[in-house]
Ligand binder design. Structure first.
Ligand SMILES: Cc1cc2nc3c(=O)[nH]c(=O)nc-3n(C[C@H](O)[C@H](O)[C@H](O)COP(=O)(O)OP(=O)(O)OC[C@H]3O[C@@H](n4cnc5c(N)ncnc54)[C@H](O)[C@@H]3O)c2cc1C
Length: 395
């Protein structure tokens, strides 16, 4: 009976469990999770904050699943070290677990810039059910909330808070929101939509200081000198992989854990999947952390299958962002910011309510931004994946 050990009970870990059960129903599976929760959807956390989803509906499965499938679930335990020679994992509660195949699916945590790292519950990131519950409760009690960041999570949170009756303000260091994926024109449509719902956006500004006393947060100071009075600051400046417990065995890694196309790490019989990995990105043709839900599902499944002895390959991730801003759909994929060089081409179509940009490199579609009308998204995604030529897409 092969002994499968999975560190992390999130999207990738749960997807791996399902794959292992499918291909090796006799295998023994143990899952360790730092959190005290059954697997839940982080994607739904903003919907919970906005009041559209109840807390119970965040969960992907119930306790009975683990009992019926005889999967050992160790909640509230953190892996602190692994010993690849002995094939063992040490936990923070002193337990040591052995494995034949190990999956690291520990996800990521919010990046909090050093000058904003303060001992206050009201200066926080958004990653867990506890974070979401806290923000929801503060919002419902009428607290003023400042969101630092202008990416998709920051926008989703701002919309959710507004839908829940709150009026948050966003502080965005770039000249516009979604600076990594949208150009000025697309961002203008998006920002207009957000602002039309009463959310103030401060662009080109950083939070230089959070003013807080023993009573709590009182406000933030921006780089331009303005002060915004608030009681909660939520920092949405990206995620960093949870891989510190591997520092002794993988001392040289800086970003995510590098994996091959079988989701194997450099350590024998150790696999990794989800937000903690750097996997191959198809449009950029380089290894990077992609940190989105569909990639965690796919990578977890591939890792789980390979842990049972199958030989399946992960064909690579395609960067993708999809969000809806008060009914306005926005989808971006692949390379969307173009270097000013000759072999790049843009095809841009815009009207009052929609925007479409296709990005070509050497006459091959490598990226797209769609705002308002997104019906073609599936077809474009398939075309980028196949590195299709211009004719293929237009026909
Ligand atoms: C608020 C929010 C909204 C999002 N919205 C979207 C969206 O709209 N679309 C989209 O595609 N993606 C979205 N994402 C991203 C998506 O949720 C993640 O890509 C996905 O959850 C990653 O899955 P994972 O299994 O890698 O990590 P996680 O789901 O974070 O799971 C990691 C697990 O590992 C555990 N863990 C960590 N360290 C240890 C340790 N040392 N020992 C034991 N256990 C440990 C953690 O407690 C956690 O349970 C969102 C994320 C957030 C936070």
């Amino acid at each position: 009976m092969p002994r499968h050990l999975i560190i992390g009970n999130g999207t990738a870990g749960f997807s791996a469990i399902q794959a292992i059960l499918e291909y090796d129903s006799d295998g023994e599976i143990t899952v360790i999770s730092l959190e005290h929760h059954l697997p839940y959807s982080r994607v739904l956390l903003t919907h919970y904050i906005g009041g559209h989803v109840s807390k119970d509906n965040l969960y992907m499965t119930g306790e009975s699943f683990f009992k019926q499938k005889k999967v050992n679930l160790l909640l509230g335990a953190a892996a602190v070290n692994i010993d690849p020679e002995q094939k063992r994992v040490e936990l923070d509660n002193g337990r040591v677990l052995s494995y034949e195949k190990l999956l690291v699916a520990t996800g990521g945590k919010p990046v909090i810039p050093q000058h904003l790292q303060k001992e206050s519950p009201d200066i926080m990131g958004l990653r867990t059910i506890e974070d979401a519950s806290y923000i929801r409760q503060k919002s419902l009690s009428g607290a003023k909330i400042v969101i630092v960041g202008g990416g998709s999570l920051a926008i989703e949170l701002a919309c959710a808070l507004r839908e829940g009756g709150n009026f948050p303000e966003m502080v965005v260091s770039s000249s516009h929101v979604l600076s990594r994926v949208a150009d000025d024109e697309a961002a203008a449509v998006i920002q207009e939509q957000i602002q039309s719902y009463g959310i103030r956006i401060w662009t080109g500004e950083d939070v230089t200081e959070v003013v807080h006393t023993s009573k709590g947060v009182e406000g933030v100071v921006l780089s331009g000198g303005q002060e915004i009075s608030c009681q909660v600051v939520v920092i949405c400046k990206g995620v960093q992989p949870n891989r510190e417990f591997l520092d002794r065995v993988l001392p040289t890694i800086r970003g995510g854990i590098k994996v091959d196309s079988n989701m194997r790490t450099d350590i024998p019989d150790v696999y990794a999947a989800g937000d903690v990995v750097e996997a191959y990105e198809l449009s950029r043709q380089e290894f990077c952390v992609s940190a989105i839900w569909p990639h965690a599902i796919a990578q977890g499944r591939i890792a789980g299958m390979n842990m049972t002895g199958q030989d399946v390959m992960y064909e690579g991730s395609l960067s993708r962002n999809a969000l809806e801003i008060f009914g306005l759909p926005v989808i971006s994929m692949g390379i969307t910011r173009v270097p000013a060089k000759r072999d790049w081409d843009l095809d841009v179509n815009q009207d009052k309510s929609s925007y479409c940009k296709l990005v070509y490199h050497d006459a091959k579609l490598v990226g797209a931004v769609l705002v308002g009308k997104v019906e073609k998204a599936g077809k474009l995604q398939a075309a980028i994946r196949k590195a299709a030529g211009i004719e293929t897409v237009l026909n």
